[in-house]
Design a protein around this ligand. Sequence first.
Ligand code: SF4
Length: 208
Amino acid sequence: MRISKKEKAKEIAKILDKIYPEVPIPLEHEDPYTLLVAVILSARCTDARVNQITPLLFKKADDPKSMVKLKVGEIQAIIRPCGLSPAKAKNIHQMSEILLEKYSGKVPKTFEELEALPGVGHKTASVVMSQAFGVAAFPIDTHIHRLAHRWGLSSGKSVVQTERDLKELFPENTWNKIHLQIIYFGREYCPARGHVKEKCPICSKYGI
Ligand code: SF4
């Protein structure tokens, strides 16, 4: 069956709505600050591991004021299982200092301000804008990048291109939901290696 990219995206969205009618936010958090810290920790680490570590960190410090009172080394010792702990601990400490100095301890609500914080790139900023503030954004993680390519919705050349393509194909008011649905689908059905097209609820249907 030959359909346009836009139609395919629409059909995929319908299937994802059926499989994942609810889309809980994978990283446990209390507020925008704790989400921001959790997203920084999630770089090259699984959400499950981050969710094991954040309660230990947040017991000691769950806001910028208490975080800056910890030494970088103390943060590092707690977050070590998440990997890249020297850089992540430094970034969390510095980022908390900047929030106190420039934003009265609050997480800013613009991409520009977020992306200027240490350890915060466009993807992290997009997660916070989407999941903490409900602003339409399309954070592209490794799953979304892979699936968009496999589904033929994007060329897979770069995450920047994938974000641009998916934003064009899916209506803006669905971005916050569909990016999570694709992540869940990627984790459950679409492994990086060894996928079985015939068994797949999406590719088997559309001959992708
Ligand atoms: S067949 Fe399924 S698992 Fe394989 S690429 Fe398609 S969606 Fe992913």
